[in-house]
Design a protein around this ligand. Structure first.
Ligand SMILES: [Zn+2]
Length: 196
């Protein structure tokens, strides 16, 4: 799965492809193990921690469904909040409250080492910790310098988010090879139809 977001939280939101086109929507990460592998790819877990985490999940008789459900829930809450940010709208109240709860729970479960600058450190022991890590990273994203560079791909139906790090700040596509190419093909087709 390509990671085009440029920030783990945006890559997390992008784990569903074609979010805005229900006929094509596909969840790219299914199940606890897939989430752990994704977390490694997204830079949220080291490979060693991931192996230990998977062993801990496998050794536990309680199924990790609650943790994957929490991840899917957080992702569903993130979409309208990020959409609101991109569209310069106020986020919907229910999702905002759910996001706030996620952030509070994440801090409650995090370690705060006695060192400066202070930094909340989420656990890396169980799959549930991944949800907390993402909630804390969401707080970073939504209060940090990158806020004005969060964009949503202009491809119809795509819905992927990314941090626009281009100097001009005019990046439009999740990927120039993907949605960017489709747009070029679409415009080419429209032009040739006009001429034909
Ligand atoms: Zn796109």
């Amino acid at each position: 799965m390509p990671l085009v977001g440029g920030h783990p939280v945006l890559d997390f939101a992008n784990t569903v492809a074609w979010r805005l086109d229900p006929a094509r929507t596909v969840d790219r990460v299914r199940g606890a193990e897939a989430w752990v592998r994704w977390a490694v790819a997204a830079g949220l877990l080291t490979a060693d921690r991931a192996e230990a985490l998977l062993r801990a999940e496998a050794a536990d008789s309680t199924p990790s469904n609650a943790a994957t459900a929490a991840l899917i829930g957080l992702r569903a809450v993130l979409w309208p909040v990020l959409d609101a940010l991109v569209d310069d709208q106020q986020p919907p109240a229910a999702e905002w409250e759910a996001l706030r709860r996620n952030m509070v729970l994440a801090r409650e479960g995090a370690v705060l080492p006695p060192a400066f600058p202070l930094r909340w450190q989420p656990g890396t022991v169980r799959l549930g910790d991944l949800c907390h890590a993402l909630a804390l990273r969401t707080e970073d994203l939504l209060s940090g310098d990158g806020l004005g560079r969060v964009r949503r791909c202009a491809g119809p139906g795509c819905g992927w988010f990314f941090l626009d790090r281009s100097r001009s700040g005019t990046r439009r596509w999740c990927s120039s090879e993907d949605c960017g190419n489709r747009d070029r093909a679409r415009r080419h087709y429209a032009r040739t139809r006009q001429h034909g």
